[in-house]
Ligand binder design. Structure first.
Ligand code: GAL
Length: 373
């Protein structure tokens, strides 16, 4: 969607929300157990951390939309600390929030606080990451997480020509944080594409990581999605298993924060862009990584336009407030261990050097000057 169209859509959305939230003042109170007209509904927005680029965009965009629509908001970041996030949620509940929008750090740790929310008729939307092991999650909005992994796997297959019988190639796989429900889906999507080539010997894993099935993803996960964690792990693998001129040909990185650390490790081990630099995947279209893509130090990223996720969640908030039907498009995939949570999945998109401008700049996600273009 071009920049102008995006701005028009956002303005239209804010105007639409504004009309409904104005009248949601009373209805949401009634619906959500508030007594009478106590002013605009409070929406609590809980984000995991500011240290991973995308969540800053997610939080700011959603808060901006909801404020423009007349809601009160409480936007909180929890520095990737689970206890801090639980305390923030408790404070939002005590402050009479009507709706909680939660991008959880550890989706398995929130059942008790969500019970407190339910006891006060507070509605809960899981944002980007599913919340597990609780009946008190009303809706889930995210990107198609399994597809993200598939796109990374398919990119590797076509880039290396594996589907044309090329190989063998040296692969190093990574997975995301072990406490993140999404990481499981990213890995499964990629491994369902790549495993056949590992089994056929066209892809070899010199570090010896055993990934007999998707359930083994935690053996290659990097906790907290930390850049420095990925760099240290890649350093270790290159030092231990890539001696005597052996080169890594491809690295499966589930997202950009890890890809950045992996690129720093490759740099320090003398790999050259345009020369022996391996195929390297990513996700999120972080600024530094998009620059690396332009510099040949990363091959692709899976872009998830966080503005569209914010737009969809703002619509969900509004429908909940006015008691109308909440739009979902997947009522099968996301079973959180207690129930299948009705979900809205958005499409992820591959971005390479060739379409950074047409996809990320022309849509207004980045300014050309941000990228030195
Ligand atoms: C995932 C999210 C990704 C990536 C990662 C680290 O849950 O879906 O987009 O950002 O967390 O923040």
């Amino acid at each position: 969607m071009g920049k102008t169209l995006r701005i028009l859509a956002a303005t239209a959305l804010a105007a639409l929300l504004a009309t409904t939230s104005a009248c949601s003042k009373t209805r949401s109170d009634d619906n959500a157990g508030g007594g009478g007209d106590s002013g605009p509904a409070l929406v609590g927005i809980a984000m995991p951390t500011r240290s991973l680029e995308r969540w800053n965009n997610d939080g700011a965009h959603l808060e901006d939309l909801l404020k423009k629509a007349g809601y009160k908001t409480s936007l909180q970041y929890a520095d990737n600390k689970v206890d801090q996030q639980i305390t923030q949620l408790q404070n939002m509940i005590n402050d009479k929030a009507k709706i909680l929008v939660i991008a959880s750090i550890d989706g398995t740790a929130l059942a008790p606080v969500l019970q407190q929310a339910a006891d006060k008729k507070v509605k809960v939307i899981a944002y980007d990451r599913l919340i597990n092991a609780s009946p008190n999650v009303d809706y889930y909005a995210t990107f198609d997480n399994y597809k993200v992994g598939q796109l990374q796997g398919q990119f590797i297959v076509s880039k290396l020509g594996l589907d044309a019988g090329k190989g063998p190639f040296n692969l190093e796989p990574f997975a995301g944080s072990s406490d993140d429900n999404n990481a499981k889906f990213f890995f499964a999507g990629a491994w369902d594409v790549l495993k056949q080539y590992v089994d056929s010997g066209k892809l070899v894993i010199p570090s010896g990581k055993k990934l007999a099935s998707n359930d083994d993803w935690k053996t290659v996960s990097i906790n907290g999605w930390k850049t420095e964690g990925a760099q240290a792990e890649m350093d270790n693998r290159l030092n231990s298993f890539y001696t005597g001129g052996k080169k890594v040909d491809v690295v499966l990185s589930p997202n950009d924060s890890l890809a950045l650390g992996i690129a720093q490790s490759l740099d320090s081990h003398g790999y050259k862009p345009g020369g022996d630099w391996p195929v390297l995947t990513g996700q999120d279209a972080d600024l530094a990584n998009t620059k690396n893509i332009l510099a040949g130090k990363q091959s692709m990223t899976v872009w998830k336009d966080t503005r569209t996720l914010g737009d969809q969640v703002a619509k969900m908030v509004d429908a909940i407030s006015k008691g109308t039907a909440v739009e979902t498009n997947d009522t099968k995939t996301y079973n959180n261990g207690v129930k299948v949570v009705p979900s809205y999945l958005l499409p992820p998109v591959v971005v390479t050097k060739d379409d950074v401008k047409s996809k990320l700049v022309d849509s207004g996600f980045f300014k050309a000057s941000d990228l030195g273009l």
